[in-house]
Ligand binder design. Structure first.
Ligand SMILES: *[C@@H]1O[C@H](CO)[C@@H](O)[C@H](O)[C@H]1NC(C)=O
Ligand SMILES: *[C@@H]1O[C@H](CO)[C@@H](O)[C@H](O)[C@H]1NC(C)=O
Ligand SMILES: *[C@@H]1O[C@H](CO)[C@@H](O)[C@H](O)[C@H]1NC(C)=O
Ligand SMILES: *[C@@H]1O[C@H](CO)[C@@H](O)[C@H](O)[C@H]1NC(C)=O
Length: 350
């Protein structure tokens, strides 16, 4: 699971820049106005990481019936509203209603299109090539952006939320995701905050890559103040695409607030520590204080494994037809398994 030497060398070079602190001052100033005081809740994180792990389950029947290996303990009693599987891009998401925290939970899984290592290497070269609509100077990567906005995923998630709120009342929304799923979750939370209001939406991601430039990060912090971006030890993905202080608006920049999980080893004693980072998004004392060299740290958060059961392939097992409350349909190459039949909502509102 080692990255190729070239990539590693550049990562080390960018991480050890002596000028990083100067750029951070700029970052701090930017985000300071918007940081808010959204607290990190370890218990909540420990619950939500199980959803971020469960969404990797390829057996859709065990997801819809909530009998998968992660569908126990903290997540017991979760009711799936809809599972969305974009077969071509190998993305998967679900929407459902949780007993604790009593909320709608939307979870996105990371991609397994190539091997994880290949995907990580590709991350290094992602360009900031799309202007985020309605926001001057904000740039994001086309691939991250369109995986949420330019697929059936967005439409289906909005429909599922409407359906959930109609059945269960006006619940708050928790959006979660790991890796590439964290990037999708971020765009989703931003979209939902704009549509339903910032008060209603909370975002927690695990080992997500950077997705936009400093202007985008500042905008994001303002729109989605209830955001926790968890990073783990030497996880390589939060270091990518790289942050170059001297490129200013032309570099990627994380949004706040990071919580960095790391182990402190003193003699024979290993202490697990969680550092609550500053509001800059690029706190130099958090994951940026170490080298991003580990894929293993990327695949485990809070001791929970986050990856597909079949590695390197994109498999889905559908046997939901035998389940009385499931409706399976296909829209533009996306498979949708829902608990309720689709209502002609779009026609009504047109
Ligand atoms: C943290 O989250 C848990 C689980 O949702 C909740 O029961 C608890 O009240 C929260 N703690 C605080 C201080 O908000
Ligand atoms: C959206 O998807 C369509 C069809 O897949 C593609 O032709 C178009 O270029 C995409 N647009 C963006 C902004 O990604
Ligand atoms: C399916 O794709 C077509 C062509 O890209 C598009 O016009 C249509 O809106 C899509 N349908 C849905 C439900 O997304
Ligand atoms: C452990 O975490 C706490 C709380 O964020 C932080 O203040 C402290 O500096 C951390 N300790 C080490 C050794 O990183």
């Amino acid at each position: 699971m080692l990255l190729r030497p070239l990539l590693l060398a550049v990562l080390l070079a960018s991480a050890s820049s002596p000028f990083a602190a100067a750029a951070d001052e700029q970052g701090v100033t930017r985000a300071k106005h918007y940081g808010g005081g959204y607290p990190y809740n370890h218990t909540l994180a420990r619950i939500l990481v199980d959803y971020a792990s469960a969404v990797y389950t390829s057996d859709l029947t065990s997801l819809i019936t909530w009998t998968c290996p992660r569908c126990k303990g903290h997540t017991k009693g979760f009711e799936i509203i809809e599972i969305i599987v974009d077969v071509e891009s190998c993305l998967q998401a679900f929407v459902g209603v949780a007993p604790d925290p009593r909320s709608i939970i939307i979870a996105f899984r990371g991609t397994q299109q190539h091997s994880v290592s290949n995907w990580i290497e590709d991350l290094f070269w992602k360009q900031l090539d799309v202007s985020y609509p309605g926001m001057p100077d904000a740039m994001v990567h086309h691939g991250f952006y369109s995986a949420y906005y330019n697929t059936t995923v967005r439409h289906e998630i909005l429909e599922a939320i409407r359906c959930a709120r109609k059945t269960y009342g006006k619940l708050p929304i928790n959006v979660v995701g790991h890796s590439m799923g964290g990037a999708l979750a971020s765009f989703c939370a931003l979209d939902l905050s704009v549509q339903f209001g910032s008060e209603e939406v909370e975002l927690m991601t695990f080992g997500q890559p950077r997705i936009g430039n400093p202007a985008f990060a500042a905008y994001f912090a303002e729109q989605v103040p209830k955001t926790i971006r968890v990073t783990h030890q030497n996880d390589v993905v939060p270091h990518l695409p790289p942050y170059y202080y001297y490129l200013r608006e032309w570099t990627y920049h994380h949004f706040p607030r990071e919580v960095w999980l790391h182990e402190i080893i003193e003699g024979n004693v290993i202490t697990r520590n969680e550092t609550i980072c500053d509001e800059s998004g690029e706190d130099p004392t958090c994951s940026r204080s170490v080298y991003g060299i580990s894929v293993a740290d990327h695949l485990e958060y809070y001791g929970v494994t986050l990856h597909a059961d079949s590695s390197g392939t994109c498999q889905f097992v559908i046997g939901a037809a035998n389940s009385v409350y499931s409706y399976v349909r296909e829209v533009n190459g996306t498979i949708i398994v829902s608990r309720y039949p689709q209502e002609p909502h779009t026609l009504e509102s047109m």
